[in-house]
Design a protein around this ligand. Structure first.
Ligand SMILES: [Zn+2]
Length: 192
């Protein structure tokens, strides 16, 4: 049985047995919080447990490195929707130690793409088309830098309220211990 068939088989039982009932909730976050965090597998269950939230409590956006790399990209769009339409009053960017985006090498990714059969001509063509791969395929030197940059990008966004608290945290991927990089209440001038 392949992975998808396994998922679908499990899902039939899940629905038939009404295993979903403990998760019933609505679309608005009880804690009025949005979390931007990393897609790291170690955080899938650990992060909600370590931060004490359950289904219905928060909005979560995940990507590689918990990064906001563009002020008008899909992450910022999701944040705007969450703040203005989904009752989010605070944001927490949660990076983690041992993140794969630390020291990410554009060259390394492109080498792997070439080894996977992508044509060198394609990469040349993208560069000629003005796609700045070296600026796009980057992470950060230290996780603190990534968290701080993402917090700043959100905090200073022209379409977001100035008093919106934006916290910056780093979670340990094994113990779940949180360290505060940015206290969003202080940075927002003591709001809430
Ligand atoms: Zn990560």
């Amino acid at each position: 049985m392949n992975l998808l068939d396994g998922i679908l088989n499990f899902n039939k039982r899940f629905v038939a047995e009404k295993a979903y009932e403990p998760f019933l909730t609505n679309a608005l976050p009880n804690k009025k919080l949005l979390i931007l965090t990393c897609m790291d597998t170690r955080l899938v269950e650990l992060l909600p447990r370590a931060m004490d939230f359950r289904n219905g409590d928060v909005k979560i956006i995940k990507n590689a490195g918990a990064l906001v790399t563009h002020p008008f990209g899909s992450v910022m769009r999701s944040i705007l929707v969450a703040v203005y339409s989904l009752d989010v009053h605070e944001i927490a960017v949660v990076g983690h130690h041992g993140c794969g985006m630390t020291g990410l090498s554009c060259r390394d990714i492109l080498d792997k793409a070439l080894a996977a059969g992508v044509s060198p001509d394609t990469i040349t063509m993208l560069k000629h088309a003005g796609i700045e791969l070296e600026r796009w395929l980057v992470g950060f030197d230290q996780v603190q830098d990534g968290v701080q940059q993402s917090v700043e990008m959100i905090r200073t966004h022209p379409l977001l309220p100035q008093k919106l608290p934006v916290h910056g945290l780093i979670i340990h991927p094994e113990t779940g211990k949180l360290d505060v990089v940015v206290d969003g209440y202080k940075a927002a001038g003591g709001a809430v």
